[in-house]
Design a protein around this ligand. Sequence first.
Ligand SMILES: C[S@@+](CC[C@H](N)C(=O)[O-])C[C@H]1O[C@@H](n2cnc3c(N)ncnc32)[C@H](O)[C@@H]1O
Length: 190
Amino acid sequence: MPTYDISTHLAALYASADDPWNTRTSPYEQDKFAQTIASLPRPHYRRGLEVGCGAGALTAHLARRCDHLIAMDCTERAVAVAQSLSDLTHVVFTCGTAPADWPRHAPDVVILSEVLYFLTDAENAGLAARISDDCTTDCDIVLVNWLGDTSGPISGAQAAVRLTDKLSMICKKISSECFHSFRIDVLRKC
Ligand SMILES: C[S@@+](CC[C@H](N)C(=O)[O-])C[C@H]1O[C@@H](n2cnc3c(N)ncnc32)[C@H](O)[C@@H]1O
């Protein structure tokens, strides 16, 4: 799990609102999702994995680009909300914490949107190991990170750099773009 404090914090957020970041309604989030989808290097993927799917707003967009998609979140309420709002039969929502509960799935695309800065350095390293072990060669890995205050120990930019550095031996950088308040980095496993 994320550290006790983070898990408790996340559970409390979802206890007070089904979609604490207003991902389903905010124009800012819709713009960010559009940029995220536009950053995908390939038009179509066989098996996607979305880590930290939250209330499932980005999931709905990703689902159009994947034959099969696993959307995972560590907060039970988030998964319940995402599941209840989706009628997509090729998307499986699951409650689990990255990296410990990474599902063996051989994904050819992995989306890490606004989740990396919740991870400890050890969890970040574990995530790099799962990407190394389980992702297909040529898997695209998309990192989306808020550039403002995360209220946590590391910033979104630091979290992105931390994972990118750990993957540097097995991934090449496809793109890295800063928008007004978030950045999107795309890596490809070699
Ligand atoms: C800020 S929300 C982002 C939701 C969505 N990905 C987006 O970009 O709109 C972060 C989500 O990541 C989940 N999360 C945080 N740490 C996680 C971990 N280690 N494994 C899985 N989910 C995690 C939280 O429960 C929360 O729903």
